[in-house]
Design a protein around this ligand. Structure first.
Ligand code: NAD
Ligand code: MG
Length: 384
């Protein structure tokens, strides 16, 4: 039996990870969430972990009362989440927290020497060098959960340093606004942007898919996971979300991974790698799918891809700055305080407030995060 911990267990990836763990018969040793005490209590009663944590202190104290008939240790705050990330019995920890709040838990998993099944792409985007250095130092494997990166990992057959690798091709669904012009997008709302054609996901990543910032984050994620140059990562819009990504070797042979869009395949593979087992996911019926389409992304209308490309080319704290700016702008757009077409400029404005630094610490990332978020909020309040 395998022991795993799930960080962000109440979210979209988190609940699907619980599902995979139950079907595979894994022991879940720790669970964490932001504030949903009710769902965390249900999950805790079902899975009987040793430890649980909520970021929100008040909700954590309610959860402690609710679970007082059990032996489960209830923790709170960032430290409580990091204690769950390093829970001693777990061999692999799934980080499915949303946003750069996942960085310290990512580092806590790695520094405790456990394998990391990583859905939380923002921790790799914000702290790529810190995360990969810590993983190398501790001999820890980072197993990608993001569907595109799982696809690449599967295409590489576990040989990410293969010298013959020429190019990575990330596929993108194009989101709900594919084919639209800037003029047609000027009045779209968060409710419009939340209608993703192929995937049901948390709100933040669904908005990032509509702006295509998500694909920019994934470009940076690929650079860190697979050690490639940003110029060797291409993006291809593929509306059907069946080809999850591709790699091209030096002889121009291209290998792709296909499957129905269901995150339980990449979640399960990150947990069972290098083995494969049956899954509850539907078989792919290519005759039923009939047509697979591919397009170049429209980077003039969807400017966020190149914002991320420029940031990773610049290096240092630049990816952390654009990531934090996007987190804040994404939240303000969901609250109806920012217009869709203003998103790219606001991200750039926010990120430009950050200090540039080539080598950095977690404290530098925290400081960047604070500065950038304040700059975004003041730009929105000034309406400039
Ligand atoms: P979600 O919003 O559904 O869930 C997020 C989880 O993190 C919840 O359990 C929440 O309680 C917790 N959380 C939120 N803020 C937190 C904080 N500040 N500190 C600690 N915990 C916090 O998000 P999701 O869609 O499951 O996405 C999670 C991560 O996985 C993101 O990084 C996303 O980019 C990535 N991802 C998601 C999908 C998907 O299909 N949903 C696919 C690929 C990658
Ligand atoms: Mg993805």
């Amino acid at each position: 039996m395998k022991n795993i911990a799930i960080l962000g267990s109440t979210g979209s990836i988190g609940t699907q990870s619980v599902d995979v763990a139950l079907k595979r018969g894994y022991k879940v040793t720790a669970l964490t969430a932001y504030s949903n005490a009710k769902l965390l209590e249900e999950q805790a009663r079902l899975l009987k972990p040793y430890k649980v944590a909520l970021l929100d202190e008040k909700q954590a104290s309610c959860l402690k009362t609710a679970l007082k008939d059990t032996d489960i240790k209830v923790l709170s705050g960032e430290d409580g989440i990091c204690e769950c990330a390093a829970e001693e019995h777990a061999e692999t920890v799934i980080n499915s927290i949303v946003g750069m709040a996942g960085l310290k838990p990512t580092l806590a998993v790695i520094n405790s020497g456990k394998n990391l099944a990583l859905a939380n792409k923002e921790s790799l985007v914000a702290g790529g060098k810190l995360v990969t250095d810590a993983a190398n130092k501790n001999g820890v494997t980072i197993l990608p959960v993001d569907s595109e990166h799982s696809a690449i990992f599967q295409c590489l057959q576990g040989k990410p340093t293969n010298k013959a690798l020429k190019k990575i091709i990330l596929t993108a669904s194009g989101g709900p606004f594919f084919g639209k012009t800037a003029e047609q997008l000027k009045d779209v709302t968060a409710a419009d942007a939340l209608k993703h054609p192929n995937w049901s996901m948390g709100a933040k990543i669904t908005i990032d898919s509509a702006t295509m910032f998500n694909k920019g984050l994934e470009l940076i994620e690929a650079v860190w996971l697979f050690g490639v140059s940003p110029d060797d990562v291409d993006i291809l819009v593929h509306r059907e979300s069946i080809v999850h990504s591709l790699i091209e070797y030096s002889d121009n042979s291209v290998i792709a991974q296909l499957g129905v869009p269901d995150m339980r395949i990449p979640i399960q593979y990150a947990l069972t790698y290098p083995e494969r087992y049956p899954s509850p996911v539907k078989e792919l019926d290519l005759a039923e799918a009939a047509t697979l389409t591919f397009y170049k992304p429209d980077c003039d209308t969807f400017k966020c891809i190149n914002i991320c490309r420029d940031a990773i080319n610049k290096g240092g704290l630049a990816p952390a700055a654009v990531n934090s700016a996007n987190e804040e702008v994404n939240r303000l757009f969901r609250e109806g305080k920012v217009k869709f077409n203003d998103i790219p400029n606001l991200i750039l404005k926010g990120a430009s407030a950050a200090k540039s630094k080539n080598t950095y610490t977690v404290e530098d990332i925290d400081e960047t995060d604070k500065t950038v978020r304040e700059a975004v909020i003041s730009a929105v309040n000034r309406k400039d």
